[in-house]
Design a protein. Structure first.
Length: 115
């Protein structure tokens, strides 16, 4: 093999490697763009249809405080097991801030919940 043939063979291999690298880069860029668009559309459609996970009742506990003539009643509604200790502490802190302090174990005739 002459040096001229070796240079031509090396140049051909170099061109093939550059084509392969360009093809891989384009495939990765196209796959990334397609994945981004798919995820964006899923989130967009979910929010547009009114299913906002940040506003969901199942993701956080809600505490409702109502006042009656005799005292303050606090009801804590929790849909999931997340944050149970912090919501109990918040409920007891709200109860102690009222005019009359009620224990969380007492039965209150007035309970409210939001739908």
């Amino acid at each position: 093999m002459s040096p001229r043939e070796a240079k031509a063979l090396a140049a051909g291999r170099r061109v093939e490697l550059l084509r392969r690298a360009r093809r891989i880069r384009r495939a990765v860029a196209a796959a990334s763009a397609a994945l981004f668009i798919a995820v964006f559309l899923v989130v967009y459609v979910q929010l547009a249809s009114g299913h906002d996970p940040a506003l969901s009742a199942s993701s956080k506990a809600r505490t409702t405080t109502t006042s009656s003539g005799s005292g303050t009643s606090t009801t804590t509604t929790q849909s999931s097991g997340e944050g149970s200790s912090s919501s109990a502490e918040e409920a007891s802190a709200e109860e102690s801030g009222g005019e009359e302090s009620q224990s969380s174990e007492s039965t209150s005739p007035m309970t409210t919940s939001q739908s």
